[in-house]
Design a protein around this ligand. Structure first.
Ligand code: RB5
Length: 148
């Protein structure tokens, strides 16, 4: 199950992503926003992030204007590795090397064609593990050391 979330700026692109997933029979849970009415991206980032750490959803896609605010907010949740990507290479490498569990897109940065190409690459790519795992373990240790 893929978790989806956006703010108002990302709403239309989230609709495109929903269509993409529907056409391929990929299951998702849409946490909103549900319109272009102005909202706070952090709220939707937190909902998507929580669904992943609680294992309700496997991975998530979040969208705001730039992909930056919503990725920063998602990364505040322990266990989340959100990657803001506006190119294909970064997106697939974020899976291979960083085991990104959230892809963040900027609806004002990438057009729908490129965005869906990025989504496809990111969904299909696997984590390589191996030497990358000790780096991810270190990141988890940073989280543990800095828990409030
Ligand atoms: C909303 O105007 C915009 O600030 C937001 O979508 C996002 O780009 C923040 O990082």
């Amino acid at each position: 199950m893929i978790a989806l979330g956006s703010d108002h700026a990302g709403f239309y692109l989230k609709e495109e992503v929903r269509r993409y997933l529907d056409e391929r029979g990929i299951k998702y849970k849409d946490f909103g926003a549900n319109s272009e009415e102005s909202v706070n991206y952090a709220e939707y980032a937190e909902k998507v992030a929580n669904s992943i750490v609680k294992r309700e959803c496997k991975r998530g896609i979040v969208i705001c204007g730039t992909g930056i605010g919503i990725s920063i907010a998602a990364n505040k949740v322990n266990g989340i590795r959100a990657a803001a990507c506006s190119d294909y290479y970064s997106a697939i490498m974020s899976r291979r090397h960083n085991d990104s569990n959230i892809l963040a897109l900027g609806a004002r940065v990438v057009g729908p064609g490129l965005a869906l190409t990025i989504v496809e690459g990111w969904l299909n790519e696997d984590y390589e593990g191996d030497r990358h795992q000790e780096r991810l373990d270190y990141i988890s240790e940073i989280e543990a050391r800095n828990r409030g």
